[in-house]
Design a binder for this molecule. Structure first.
Ligand SMILES: *[C@@H]1O[C@H](CO)[C@@H](O)[C@H](O)[C@H]1NC(C)=O
Ligand SMILES: *[C@@H]1O[C@H](CO)[C@@H](O)[C@H](O)[C@H]1NC(C)=O
Ligand SMILES: *[C@@H]1O[C@H](CO)[C@@H](O)[C@H](O)[C@H]1NC(C)=O
Length: 561
């Protein structure tokens, strides 16, 4: 039903939509490897160092012939302990793992049903997070303890008196923009805007930002950090674009919806920071404009989709969140060719969860729902993916509003990411690990085994060479052969283990014997001595006294010497 509805929405106009993309396959072969290990040792072959590897398919080679049977761990629940039990090689696909979550309940600070948090700004340099509420208050969260502890600064700073806050208005939704170059944070509201310096100090001092326009409604605010440009979507009123220059904010352009040729509401806006402007028209879809000479906008094309309410992108991959006619949320992942104006809908996300919003980062996107939130890898053409091998990572946080990545030093070389997730009443820091695809092998017996790995990658040396506009549809089909040789341990492993165990038992038993002996001697020492002494007597008198009674008798308290 839903699929049908979505299909209808898209089939209305197919101007630039590609249905059958031109798929190309580039082949590459890795130099083969010979790995040597002692029996029972585990070897791990990671494939993540080669960027773009998104799937691996492992096959054994028997007498030179590649077996048609894949040995992949499709079941992502399977833990590594299981692998230790069984002999063999297995491939484990890339996956995203949540490694740590730190939660801070913002309730203490007087949140009610009607008063809640709407946005977050991160000041990594000072390890501070600023959360803004719809009652025009800023709450400061101290992140100085890394991922071990979050501290809520008890001081909440109100800017209500500076922006004509009206208590009866529950529609406020302030937005925050953090400019790392000037260490300033800008607040955008329908009543105008302010800024404050992010620093270690507890006190926040607000400064009026006269350039920020009052608007009837603000639907979204996006910041292009590289070019220090701020984009504000103002519904029927159009789009405001601001530029930050040495910490000073100025209005660069305010573009009316009319000028953009839009007669419905503009609910989201962003730019690649160069010469492309993306405007989300609630009725017609995502519109692309060319920014000519900084002042003139030239319409290019539209990704047609109605009832869309937000979008985000990384490079040429766009995620758009919309509603079907019967109000069902869904999101689409779209590959856009901004030169030929073509687009391809690569993925639909619907049914399994409601989707309110999406935040897209370099490697992954977070789909924000009601019942749960999904972290997914993006930008891989569906035709190249084996769905059974794709893992999904989900987390839950009630009323999640937004996710922002917390930048840390060396992040680009790390497979870890930290993001702050702000919900209406909660602040969370979530640490994720992007586990690279890998192969693990272990054999208890010595032997030589050959393997063949089929690797699907979005990038490879051959592909980089060509200027390819449809790069998303070019697969790097990489193959890798390796031999895994296990050798016997010096000395038979079993014998060795047997001796170790025996030795251990002997030592333990020995210690116990000493302890018991000591105890016995302490308690029964005199009795033993008595028995030995009496035995001597018996032995000495035996020949003469056959009837000598050696029956136990009560021992005298005073022991014989
Ligand atoms: C693998 O090849 C064998 C022999 O050619 C064939 O019988 C079997 O069905 C194949 N299995 C799969 C999974 O393709
Ligand atoms: C790799 O890509 C091919 C070609 O599209 C596809 O048939 C295969 O299932 C993919 N392999 C994996 C492991 O995803
Ligand atoms: C990938 O390359 C291998 C080896 O050259 C070939 O057998 C296989 O058919 C290719 N796969 C695809 C999906 O083109």
């Amino acid at each position: 039903m839903i699929i049908v509805l979505i299909q209808i929405l898209f089939t209305l106009t197919l101007s630039n939509r590609i249905i059958n993309p031109p798929v190309k396959i580039v082949e590459e072969t890795f130099t083969s490897n010979d790995f040597y290990r002692q029996a029972s040792e585990i070897i791990e072959i990671p494939y993540g160092a080669y960027p773009g590897v998104f799937a691996i398919d492992l096959h054994q080679r028997v007498k030179g012939e590649i077996s048609n049977k894949s040995i992949n761990l499709g079941d992502f629940e399977k833990v590594e302990e299981d692998l230790l039990e069984e002999d063999g090689c297995y491939s484990i696909q890339r996956n995203i793992q949540i490694s740590m979550k730190l939660k801070l309940w913002l309730d203490k600070s007087g949140l009610t049903r009607d008063i809640y948090c709407t946005d977050v700004a991160l000041a990594e340099k000072f390890r501070q997070a600023y959360v803004v509420r719809n009652d025009f208050k800023i709450i400061q969260v101290d992140l100085n303890y890394g991922l071990f502890q979050l501290l809520l600064n008890p001081i909440q700073t109100s800017f209500a008196n500076m922006l004509d806050y009206d208590e009866d208005n529950t529609d406020y939704h302030p937005y925050l923009v953090s400019d790392k170059k000037s260490n300033k944070i800008f607040i955008f509201t329908t009543n105008g805007g302010l800024s404050f310096e992010s620093n270690q100090k507890k006190e926040i001092e607000f400064k009026a930002e006269k350039e920020i326009k009052k608007r009837d409604k603000i639907y979204n605010v996006h910041y292009n950090e590289k070019h220090q440009l701020i984009f504000v979507a103002c519904g029927y009123e159009g789009v405001d674009i601001y530029k930050i220059n040495n910490g000073n904010l100025e209005l660069l352009m305010d573009i009316s919806a009319d000028y953009l040729g839009i007669d419905s509401q503009i609910v989201d806006v962003n730019s690649n920071g160069e010469d492309q402007l993306y405007v989300l028209d609630i009725e017609r879809g995502l519109k692309f404009y060319w920014i000519k000479n900084l002042m003139e906008l030239v319409y290019e094309f539209t990704i047609i989709i109605s009832h869309a309410h937000s979008f985000d992108f990384y490079d040429n991959t766009f995620f758009i969140v919309a509603k079907t006619i019967n109000k069902q949320d869904f999101a689409i992942e779209v590959f856009v060719n901004q030169v030929t104006y073509d687009y391809y809908i690569n993925n639909y996300f619907f049914d399994e969860m409601t989707i309110n919003d999406v935040n897209v980062f370099q490697y992954y996107a977070v789909l924000i729902g009601d019942d749960g939130h999904k972290i997914i890898y993006h930008s891989v053409y569906q035709g190249f993916l084996n769905e059974n091998l794709v893992s999904h990572t989900t987390f839950y946080q009630a009323d999640l509003v937004k996710v922002k990545e917390f930048e840390f030093e060396g992040e680009e070389f790390s497979n870890q990411r930290i993001f702050a997730a702000i919900s209406k009443y909660e602040f969370q820091m979530i640490n994720i690990i992007m586990n690279m695809p890998k192969i693990e092998c272990k054999y208890k017996d010595p032997g030589v085994r050959q393997f063949y790995v089929k690797i699907n990658s979005t990038s490879c040396a051959e592909k980089e060479k060509e200027k390819n506009l449809n790069y998303q549809f070019t697969l790097c089909n990489v193959s890798h052969s390796f031999t895994f040789t296990t050798t016997e341990l010096a000395g038979n492993y079993n014998t060795y283990a047997y001796y170790t165990l025996t030795l251990y038992v002997l030592v333990v038993v020995g210690i116990w014997l000493v302890v018991i002996l000591y105890y016995l001697i302490k308690k029964w020492g005199y009795k033993i001595k008595y028995l030995i002494w009496r035995k001597k007597i018996v032995d000495a008198t035996a020949p003469y006294n056959e009837s000598f009674d050696i029956k136990e008798t009560e021992l005298p308290e005073a022991k014989p010497k």
